[in-house]
Design a protein around this ligand. Structure first.
Ligand code: ZN
Length: 283
């Protein structure tokens, strides 16, 4: 009897030894099958997580570009993407610009002034909530090239603080007012890991031309990779607001997709051999 029982126990042990790994294997295979062909992690991501992941990718792309240049004035033009940029806001015109962008599902980038942000914190939050990109356009809009290094860094930092106090956190892009900068500006931007955003198409909307003419001029000049300079503040922007729907329509007709500047940097980074724009380095 004793002998019988020992044999039964041995068999049971062997069944466990084989059975446990088989069950584990079945469990793993089953779990994989349940997840199916599409990636399980992406399915579980919330929209906010997706946005955060995209933002992180764009920030890494900006870091890569900062490894070989201090600025972007356009992409290489390898994709049919362009970037609409708005300077000098937020202002009383920004809401109208945002409505047009939302209605037409158009991403854009706003280079905002610190002193303007302090007056219109709600508008800045609206820009961010709508998923638009935000960059630094100094605190009081001086010609950076005329300031000493300390004053320049104060301009950048005070703007950043104003944006932060309004509840936004974006800080990777910088546009120099009047396109004025010098060696100190470039050192400062490198230190703060800010990419200088220039442009390749100027709407000249600060001269308040006829909206139709403005749209026509922009669409004549625009090409893949273009960064388009516009203004949503700093004066009467009625013409810009009127021209915007035609500009967007024209871009779409040319199969040019508007994206934010960080997205353009990710998808179509600036060429490595872009020359420093002439006449912009001022002592
Ligand atoms: Zn400006």
């Amino acid at each position: 009897m004793r002998h019988e029982e020992a044999r039964r126990r041995a068999l049971k042990r062997r069944a466990i030894l084989i059975g446990v790994p088989v069950a584990l294997l079945a469990f793993v295979v089953g779990a994989k099958l349940l997840r199916g062909g599409s990636s399980g992690t992406e399915e579980k991501e919330t929209p906010a997580q997706l946005v955060a992941r995209q933002r992180a990718r764009e920030n890494r792309a900006i870091d890569r570009v900062l490894g070989y240049t201090t600025f972007i004035k356009s992409g290489k033009g390898r994709k049919r993407e362009v970037a609409l940029t708005f300077d000098d806001g937020p202002s009383e015109y920004t809401d109208r610009v945002l409505r047009i962008l939302r209605r037409t599902n158009t991403p854009a980038t706003f280079l905002v002034i610190g002193s303007m942000v302090r007056e219109r914190q709600g508008t800045l939050r609206k820009i961010v909530r709508q998923g638009q990109a935000v960059g630094n356009h100094t605190d009081s809009h001086p010609a950076m090239g005329t300031l000493d290094a300390v004053s320049q860094s104060r301009e950048v930092d005070d703007q950043e603080r104003a944006v932060k106090e309004a509840g936004a956190r974006e800080r990777r892009l910088f546009r120099p007012p009047y396109r004025s900068f010098d060696e100190s500006t470039l050192e400062l931007l490198a230190e703060r890991k800010l990419l200088m955003v220039l442009w390749s198409v100027d709407t000249s909307d600060y001269e308040s031309p006829d909206p139709r003419e403005m749209a026509h001029d922009v669409l004549n000049q625009v090409e893949p990779g273009s960064i388009i300079l516009m203004h949503d503040g700093g004066g009467d922007r009625t013409a810009t607001v009127r021209a915007l729907p035609d500009i967007i329509k024209g871009l779409k007709r040319r199969h040019l997709k508007p994206v934010t500047v960080p997205r353009l940097v990710l998808d179509d980074p600036p060429p490595r051999d872009q020359g420093m724009p002439e006449g912009t380095l001022k002592g």
